[in-house]
Design a protein around this ligand. Structure first.
Ligand code: FNR
Length: 209
């Protein structure tokens, strides 16, 4: 394959007709529940995303509790998490709200990714935050606490649009179909905006620059 073939493979056209680079997005679901509405939301976003984005899950379920005593000899689960983050261009957090904050399991995963000291996996890695709740507040406070963590970790965050999704029964099917047109349009706009945001962040200055 020539260099120009490789370049062509990295380029596609968005629904709006813009030429977009291809990116891999690692998505993190903040819920460990088998019936998670946030996992359904993640599936919906993948269905609605422009073809310039490829998604891989960054799993957090098997991580032990972070302990800095292990920094000198990082356990395989912690190493796998850091490798998974390193292998993607951007990270999408899809999270519930627990007790007006981010879930402990998600915070634990971020702590693993942030260490050992000096190897913060989130630094200059573009991110976006979205979440679903049965309640009207739609994970607003969880997202706010997550945003402050990501800010500290130097991850460039998409700040608009915000997306606080109240999931009523049947709104999103198990395989990620959105049954209400208004919500479907909103989610499509959100994930298209993320594609543009990633392009902007990584085009201005590639991560290693
Ligand atoms: C909740 N839930 C909840 N919802 C909310 O809007 N704000 C909150 O602060 C909380 N707090 C909370 C704490 C704990 C420990 C649990 C288990 C649940 C309800 C929560 O939004 C609901 O269970 C969602 O379905 C969780 O998302 P997943 O797991 O379905 O993705």
């Amino acid at each position: 394959m020539t260099a120009s073939d490789q370049h062509a493979r990295k380029v596609s056209t968005t629904p709006g007709g813009l030429t977009a680079r291809r990116f891999t997005v690692g998505y993190v679901v903040g819920s460990l529940s088998a019936e998670s509405i946030n996992r359904a939301l993640a599936r919906a976003l993948m269905r609605l995303a422009p073809e310039s984005l490829t998604f891989v899950e960054i799993p957090i379920r098997d991580l032990p509790l972070y302990n800095r005593d292990l920094d000198a000899d990082y356990p395989p689960a912690g190493r796998a998490l850091k490798d998974a983050i390193a292998s993607v261009d951007a990270v999408l957090f899809v999270t519930p709200e627990y007790n007006r904050g981010l879930p402990g399991g998600l915070k634990n995963a971020i702590d693993w990714g942030s260490r050992p000291y000096g190897t913060n996996s989130f630094a200059r890695k573009p991110s976006a935050v979205i979440g679903a709740s049965p309640g009207k507040i739609g994970t607003a406070l969880a997202q706010q606490s997550l945003r402050s963590v990501l800010g500290y970790l130097d991850s460039p965050q998409m700040t608009a649009p915000e997306a606080y999704i109240q999931v009523t029964p049947g709104l999103i099917t198990d395989n990620g179909e959105v049954t209400e047109e208004r919500t479907e349009t909103f989610l499509r706009d959100f994930i298209e905006a993320f594609a543009v945001f990633i392009t902007r962040v990584l085009t201005v200055l590639p991560r290693g620059g």
